[in-house]
Unconditional design. Structure first.
Length: 434
């Protein structure tokens, strides 16, 4: 009889990885720690998703920064073929969701921010920030500035902003416990204004809301900055920049093909946000309504058009405002000679058996009610300071004239009197300029 023996070496249980978090930074470790481990990070309940940051599938680095909420695990691996440790326990990274309402500013209306985290009742406090464009990063980013009365956090998960008149971006985060533990920052969300301002404005060529997907479109920024980036918010919630879907040349973003989409575009400089515009992309076989991309000022005229990509329209063209027919002629244009607030609304056209998508025509009042008390306060304070200043000027002027008269009468000299007259004339004109 022959007996074979198999010698079994005892193999230790595979070590388990540990994950720890500090803010948005996750660190993976393997105990007992020894050299040669690579660290792999996973996101999602079922570990299906290998975390990719900067286009690599895994990280030999122990540490990663995450910018997205979710459940994370890690494990170590080494050798060839790779021997893996067990998965770490999960850690949950909370990413709040910010909602801004309304999306489009209307004069006088306040803006409500709300910050949503799961388990809202559990003693969170909320921190509110203004997003300030940071153009030094290639892929667009923002720095965050705390909004007033928010440095200690608010117990309420909503925050109201009064008197906002320009496009602006906001971010929130939540925190709780002692020592204070913060969630990630939310994604930035925006409130948009369509009104053009000389300090920062966006214009679109061709100037219309609806475009064919094969159209090329130029988006140009103008104002008090040498450097701009063009931002796009694909509704309902995807933010990206010209570098992702176009090419920036100077302050103009050229888009070869506008996608089939419904998006808001605006310009950002280091300090300012421009007016925002709606642009929608439509397939080449659709009928398009031609309507201006900027709000129309009350009293001005506006021309709406209707267009197929290739052929001319043969049959009658119908124009609708809010689903009510307002013109049925064979002309492909409709002119409103003097726009009033009642012309604001959704427009579409119909012809040749097709119907265009509808787009919003915005109307700006010429005399807009000044809702916020802030500018009024500033004007009042400035006036008071100005009056005091003018009074002091007058007082000093009077005193200096008196002393001039005394000095000129003292030396009783013809040329010094002429000097004095000239000085007085200069003084007068200075006062006039002031
Ligand atoms: C963009 O469209 C929305 C409705 O979808 C409208 O409320 C807003 O005023 C439009 N903005 C401009 C600048 O036309
Ligand atoms: C950028 O714009 C300038 C001026 O409009 C033009 O001459 C130049 O060819 C453009 N450059 C590119 C790369 O398109």
């Amino acid at each position: 009889e022959s007996v074979s023996f198999i010698v079994l070496k005892s193999i230790p249980d595979p070590p388990k990885a540990q994950i720890s978090r500090n803010g948005g930074t996750l660190t993976c470790s393997v105990n007992p720690s020894s050299s040669g481990w690579s660290y792999y990070f996973y996101r999602g309940e079922k570990n299906q998703e290998v975390l990719t940051v900067q286009n690599t599938d895994f990280h030999s680095n122990r540490e990663i920064r995450v910018s997205q909420g979710g459940v994370y695990r890690c494990r170590g691996g080494r050798g060839e073929p790779v021997y893996h440790t067990e998965f770490s326990d999960p850690v949950t990274i909370v990413e709040p969701v910010l909602r801004v309402s309304p999306w489009w500013l209307s004069p006088g209306a306040s803006v409500t921010l709300s910050c949503e985290v799961e388990h809202v009742s559990a003693g969170w406090s909320f921190y509110w920030y203004k997003a300030v464009p940071d153009l030094s990063h290639k892929s667009g980013s923002y720095s965050y500035e705390l909004l007033p009365a928010s440095s200690n956090g608010t117990a309420d998960n909503s925050y109201i902003i009064h008197g906002q008149t320009h496009t602006a971006g906001y971010v929130c985060r939540a925190g709780r416990g002692e020592p204070h533990f913060y969630t990630l920052y939310s994604q930035p969300h925006f409130v948009w204004s369509g009104d053009l301002h000389p300090s920062a404005s966006l214009s679109v060529s061709p100037d219309r809301v609806q475009h064919f997907t094969s159209d090329s479109v130029s988006l140009s920024c103008e104002g008090n900055s040498a450097e701009w980036r063009v931002s796009r918010f694909l509704l309902p919630d995807f933010l990206s920049f010209c570098s992702d879907w176009g090419t920036m040349n100077g302050s103009t973003c050229h888009v070869q093909k506008i996608q089939s989409s419904n998006a808001v575009y605006w310009c950002e400089s280091g300090s300012a946000f421009s007016n925002a515009v709606n642009i929608t992309g439509h397939y080449d076989d659709e009928l398009l309504l031609l309507s201006p991309v900027h709000p129309v000022t009350e009293g001005h005229s506006v021309t709406l058009g209707c267009k197929l990509r290739t052929e001319n329209l043969l049959s009658k063209v119908f124009f609708y405002q809010n689903d009510t027919i307002i013109q049925s002629e064979s002309r492909v244009e409709m002119i409103i000679p003097a726009v009033s607030k009642s012309h604001e609304g959704f427009y579409k056209c119909q012809s040749s058996g097709k119907e265009s998508p509808q787009s919003w025509l915005a109307v700006t009042s010429t005399s807009r009610p000044d809702s916020s008390s802030f500018p009024v306060l500033v004007v009042a304070l400035t006036s008071v300071v100005l009056v005091i200043f003018l009074f002091m000027m007058w007082f000093l002027y009077k005193r200096s004239r008196d002393s001039d008269i005394i000095s000129s009468s003292q030396d009783n000299n013809q040329s010094s009197a002429a000097d004095h007259r000239e000085a007085q004339h200069r003084n007068d004109s200075m006062l006039l300029h002031g």
